[in-house]
Design a protein around this ligand. Sequence first.
Ligand SMILES: Nc1ncnc2c1ncn2[C@@H]1O[C@H](COP(=O)(O)OP(=O)(O)OP(=O)(O)O)[C@@H](O)[C@H]1O
Length: 245
Amino acid sequence: MADFLEINNITKSFNLGKGQVLALDNLHFKVASGELICLLGPSGCGKTTLLRIIAGLEKQTSGQILFKGRLIESTGRERGMVFQEPRLFPWLTVAENIAFGIKGRVEKNLLRKIVHDLLKMVGLSDFAKAMPNQLSGGMAQRAAIARALAADPQILLLDEPFAALDTQTRTKLQSDLLNLWQSTHKTCIHVTHDMDEALILGQRIIVMHPSPGSIRKIIQVPFSYPRCPDHPDFMALKKDLQNLF
Ligand SMILES: Nc1ncnc2c1ncn2[C@@H]1O[C@H](COP(=O)(O)OP(=O)(O)OP(=O)(O)O)[C@@H](O)[C@H]1O
C-alpha cells in the first residue's frame, strides 16, 4: 500500500535575478496518516517554502510530493492551510468565512451543520455573526483553523499560526489544537521556530537548518500528552534540540 504522504528528494531554488538561492536541498521524509509533525528551524531554513510546496501553492525545482501514491501538483481539498495571519475576509461574518470555501458545493442544511459544528469545535459558537475585526487575535486564528477544516481535509498544514499571539493565548491554542487533532485524527504538519511549541505538539519533530534548507535530524518525541515544559525529561530533550543549532 502507498504511504500516506511522501516528501521525496524535494529541492527548491529561487531565482533572484543576480543568482539563485537554494531554499531546500534534497528533503526526504514520510508522514503517516493521523500523525502530528512539527517542522522546526530558524528563520530562513525553508519551513514555509516546504509547507507551500506540500500545499501545492509553490512548485518544487525537483523531487516529488506523493499523497497516497498520487503526485501532488496543485492545491487540493485533501489539504487545508492555516497561515501565520488569519487571512479572514473582513466583509464576511465568522460563519460566512468558515462556509466560504464549500458554499455552493454542499446542500444548505449540511452547510449550516458543518459551520455550526466547526464553530463549536473551535469555541466560537457565540461569535458566528461577529465580523473579523471584532475578534481577538486568538479567536481570529481559531476561525481560520475552522475555515481550513470546512472542506474536511485529510491534512492540515499550519504555518506558524500562533507566532503572532501572546504567550497565554498561544498556550491555550496549542492545547486546543491538540484536542482538535485528537478528536478529528487529522494529519497535521505544523511549522514553528519555537522549540517548546514543537515539543508540546509534535509526535515527531523534523529539525531543519538553513543555507541551504535541509533536514538536520528527525526526532521521535517519546512523551505522552499533555506535555509539561517543566518536566526534567522535557527539559533534557529541549537541551538536545538546542545543541542541534
Ligand atoms: N518567493 C521567494 N523568492 C526568493 N526567495 C525566497 C522566496 N521565498 C523564500 N525565499 C528564500 O528561501 C529561503 C527559505 O525561506 P522560508 O520563508 O521558506 O524560510 P522559513 O524557515 O519559513 O523562514 P521564517 O521562519 O522566517 O518564515 C530564504 O532564504 C528565503 O529568502
